[in-house]
Design a protein around this ligand. Structure first.
Ligand SMILES: C[S@@+](CC[C@H](N)C(=O)[O-])C[C@H]1O[C@@H](n2cnc3c(N)ncnc32)[C@H](O)[C@@H]1O
Length: 227
């Protein structure tokens, strides 16, 4: 399927797949959306919890795509001196030419970091810097088997209208099962059917204000079981 790089309203790039009528990020601003949904609502929220401050944070991302979420996470993690182990699955990786054409490193600086995220090999743990270890898996999330449990999940599939098979109770239960108690899942979609699927999988779901162009987003928590 043909992919095109387009400019969003905050000046940052995203990728569009016209045939599927989808983009990798909001037209209102790719960096703006990722910062709001994944970094502020997920990473910063979790790092502000006292019990999270000493341990290495394990993050799982559904859909590595442009690497923007990983890039922003590595930048934020270093700023906060947080050690992060980041696993991302991606079924259809961008080519090196596509990744090199994105303007995130021009907007945010840290060109070397962005390149390392894209150029490191798939299927192995790779130390990006003192704070950030990356494992990229080229696989379908439906067949992914986790080797560890996660504190934070970035659920960044294409919209339910394009990929209904990924926004199901089964997929959310699979994620629930690989998360630690108190773990957090964040996503940009707050559709009723999606929230119900998350609740059926066991999450406590909260709607929160979205970034410009999006009324609400979701934070879903795997609340600790009472024993
Ligand atoms: C909305 S885009 C987000 C990408 C990425 N998080 C970013 O910031 O660029 C969705 C991503 O999920 C990937 N994807 C779609 N279906 C998948 C599947 N079944 N398993 C793994 N990745 C998938 C797509 O190729 C795409 O890169």
């Amino acid at each position: 399927m043909k992919r095109e790089i387009i400019v969003t309203k905050d000046g940052s790039h995203t990728v569009a797949i016209p045939e599927m009528n989808v983009t990798y990020h909001s037209h209102h601003g790719a960096i703006q959306e990722s910062m709001h949904v994944f970094i502020e609502t997920g990473l910063v929220y979790l790092l502000s919890q006292p019990e999270q401050q000493k341990t290495q944070l394990r993050i799982f991302e559904m859909g590595f795509g442009t690497g923007l979420n990983a890039f922003l996470t590595a930048i934020e993690g270093e700023k906060r001196k947080a050690h992060i182990y980041y696993t991302a699955v991606e079924k259809y990786p961008l080519s090196v030419v596509e990744a090199n054409s994105l303007n995130y490193q021009l907007v945010l600086g840290q060109q070397d970091l962005f390149e390392r995220l894209h150029h490191c090999p798939w299927g192995v743990d790779h130390t990006i810097n003192k704070y950030f270890t990356l494992r990229k898996e080229q696989t379908d999330i439906l067949s992914f088997t986790a080797q560890e449990s996660f504190h934070l999940v970035y659920f960044d599939a294409f919209a339910p209208s394009a990929q209904p098979e990924l926004w199901t109770e089964d997929v959310f239960r699979k994620l629930f099962d690989i998360m630690v108690e108190g773990g957090v899942l964040v996503t940009y979609c707050s559709k009723g059917s999606v929230r119900r699927a998350m609740q059926a999988a066991g999450f406590v779901v909260t709607k929160l204000a979205g970034p410009p162009g999006k009324r609400e987003i979701v934070r879903a928590v795997k609340t600790p079981q009472r024993h």
